[in-house]
Design a protein. Structure first.
Length: 638
């Protein structure tokens, strides 16, 4: 297994950590310790609950291991020898299972540094002293193999870099990330709430957060109208047969909520003495049977997928929708279509549901229910290139408006060695060629990544770098020749014959929940005026100018601006400080002189005290700033 030099450093550091763990906690049982994009981790089975103090002890022991300058040596063995060696070192609880994962005929190797021996494919640095800079970061719970049915292990996260300067820069970014954490800011700014009684991974949008979300939806809706989209609404559930036809049930069944059976089906199951497990097994049998028939017919152009249910009268219940596309397909198919009607562009803020494991949930950025700014375009093959370019232009508009100009583009292709994809090879070739050609027009670097395609088609993803250097996959555009085939979609061409449309999936935001979570962190809660839940706060110095404040408040609200009046009896400094903590973009201080002159003293989060301005001038400025969705500019910005 080949690794980059940085991956080798981090992988070696995970072995150094494991060495230290066994020195400090000899009874520990080890699972795996791979490198990651940001560092490394090691999963450990240990009765002792690790603490921050333990991390300090382990760091000190790791430094000793590094100073000993132990060599990393590789040893290839037979499967039988590997089994005996694992038992000899007393690590059979998890390592034998990892050994079983290695395919027959593939090399089995161990790496040793000092007294520590680990089943490992490698690679590593030559000596422990080559690990120059590292830090243990945190402890978390992690189910063995990511399965909630297995034992929860303790995962130690760490990072390592070639130099201390690079490590210091990374740790500084981590500190900034903590300050920007959307979960922390979401609580402080009252943007969203997650409640155990509702369920983990399910977001409750509060009034303030709902404003943020609605403004984003209004923004994208304006752009969609310009491009000729039609808005649709679809239900939150659908029949299993719908998702079997689309392929979502067989391909995504591990990431979906359990199916919902109809009452008469439940009664039938109960009369047969079936358990829930039996019902799940039966549904999986239907899925496998149905998928096999679809795949058998998928190569036949213009022939509908076989919809015949299994003769054993197996179940066809309902499920929470994992994606909106099958519903949009049914809207397209609900009436005859001519080539003159195409392209048909259907858009929806559609809520979908995915079963994420609890250990992977993370505030708004990894949830179980989320709303996509979803759209599906149905077009002729000749229209694909132009429609994809329109979708990409929409994503670029979104990112530039929000000041997210630093991004790269990833073209996700099928993995030639995988069987997880559906459809004919020639259709995949055409779809991938369309994505490549579109990506070349963007004027930014793009990479091709096999294995990143959806099961039905390739895609173009926008990977955005935020202000502290973290990357987020946000907007996506996908070209799909396969779902129109699976659903037997047709339109009548100029030759008066049926033809198959091509389908384009696109979501500039992706998920409203995830996008808002990223946006909170990108702006650190300091939203531009047009997005801020509360845009303007009026702060009268005393009760004597309260009436003036009420007059201005009415004018601001009449102009469509979100404003409030702080009528608390606190001193001026306390009022201003409260507005700062609540990240209100504009604060207008009102005193007797301002009231007499029909003026306001303006303070903004961008520029601080901007001095006294006529209220009419300020109102015009604020309205313009909101209408143009301007990003805040420094006074002296060039």
């Amino acid at each position: 297994m080949s690794m980059t030099p940085l991956e080798e450093i981090r992988h070696s550091c995970s072995h150094i950590l494991a060495t230290a763990v066994l020195r400090v906690f000899p009874d520990a049982k080890l699972d795996i310790g791979p490198p990651t994009d940001t560092g490394f981790y090691y999963d450990i089975d240990l009765d002792h609950k690790l603490t921050a103090e333990d991390l300090a002890r382990l760091e000190a022991e790791m430094k000793k291991v590094i100073d000993e300058n132990q060599a990393f040596t590789r040893r290839e063995v037979s499967r039988g020898e590997a089994t005996e060696l694992i038992k000899k070192i007393g690590q059979e609880r998890y390592k034998l299972g990892r050994l079983a994962d290695i395919p027959e005929g593939e090399a089995i190797s161990f790496y040793q540094n000092g007294e520590f021996i680990d089943l490992c494919a490698g690679t590593h640095v030559r000596y422990t002293k080559q690990v120059k800079a590292f830090k243990l970061l945190s402890i978390a719970g992690a189910y063995h193999r990511g399965d909630e049915r297995n034992k929860q292990l303790q995962r130690i996260y760490g990072t390592a870099f070639p130099s201390k300067d690079e490590l210091a820069q990374y740790l500084d970014r981590l500190e900034q990330a903590k300050l920007r954490d959307h979960r922390k800011l979401g609580r402080e700014l009252k943007l969203f709430h997650i409640d155990e009684d509702v369920g983990q991974g399910l977001i409750l949008w509060t009034p303030a957060g709902s404003i943020l979300r609605q403004e984003l939806q209004n923004f994208i809706s304006e752009e969609l109208r310009k491009q000729g989209y039609s808005q649709v609404f679809t239900p939150h559930i659908g029949k299993l047969s719908l998702y079997k036809t689309s392929g979502h049930f067989p391909y995504y069944k591990e990431s979906q909520f359990p199916a919902i059976a109809e009452p008469d089906q439940l009664a039938q199951i109960a009369s047969e003495g079936c358990s829930c497990a039996d019902m799940t097994a039966r549904l999986e049998a239907v899925s496998a049977h149905f998928a096999a028939q679809l795949n058998e017919r998928a190569g036949t152009e213009l022939i509908a997928p076989d919809r015949v249910m299994d003769p054993a009268r197996l179940l066809d219940g309902f499920m929470l929708k994992p994606m909106n596309c099958p519903h949009h397909i049914k809207i397209f198919a609900s009436q005859p279509r001519s080539y003159r009607d195409l392209p048909v562009r259907l858009a929806e803020f559609g809520t979908v549901y995915r079963w994420e494991q609890s250990g992977e949930l993370n505030g708004m950025t990894r949830v179980r229910g989320f709303t996509q700014d979803d759209a599906h375009l149905f077009c002729t093959e000749d229209q694909v290139a132009e429609e994809v370019l329109g979708c990409l232009a929409l994503v670029k508009t979104v990112l530039s408006t929000l000041g997210m100009a630093d991004y790269r583009v990833r073209v996700g292709l099928r993995d030639p060695d995988s069987n997880k994809y559906t459809g004919k090879a020639e259709n995949w070739d055409k779809a991938e060629a369309a994505c490549r050609a579109a990506a070349q027009t963007l004027g930014v670097p793009f990479t091709e990544e096999p294995g990143e395609a959806a099961f039905y088609g390739p895609k173009i993803d926008f990977v955005v770098k935020d202000v502290i250097g973290r990357e987020w996959q946000l907007g996506t555009v996908q070209v799909d020749y396969n779902l129109p085939l699976r659903f037997d979609l047709t339109y009548i061409g100029a030759d008066n014959q049926p033809h198959r449309p091509v389908m384009i999936h696109r979501a500039p935001f992706g998920s409203m929940e995830r996008f808002c979570g990223v946006l909170i962190e990108h702006f650190a809660g300091d939203f531009p005026l047009w997005l801020a839940p509360e845009q303007i706060r009026l702060v009268p110095i005393s009760e004597k100018v309260a009436d003036y404040g009420r007059d201005l408040l009415a004018q601001l609200r009449a102009a469509g601006l979100r404003a409030s009046l702080d009528e608390h009896s606190d001193k001026l400094g306390a009022k201003i400080r409260r507005a700062e903590l609540e990240k209100v973009p504009h604060v207008l201080v009102l005193g007797a002189k301002e009231a007499e002159a029909r003026a306001v003293s303006v303070r903004t989060r961008t520029n601080g005290d901007e001095g006294v301005q006529p209220f009419a001038d300020y109102l015009a400025r604020a309205k313009t700033e909101v209408a143009t969705r301007a990003l805040p500019a420094k006074k002296n910005a060039k």
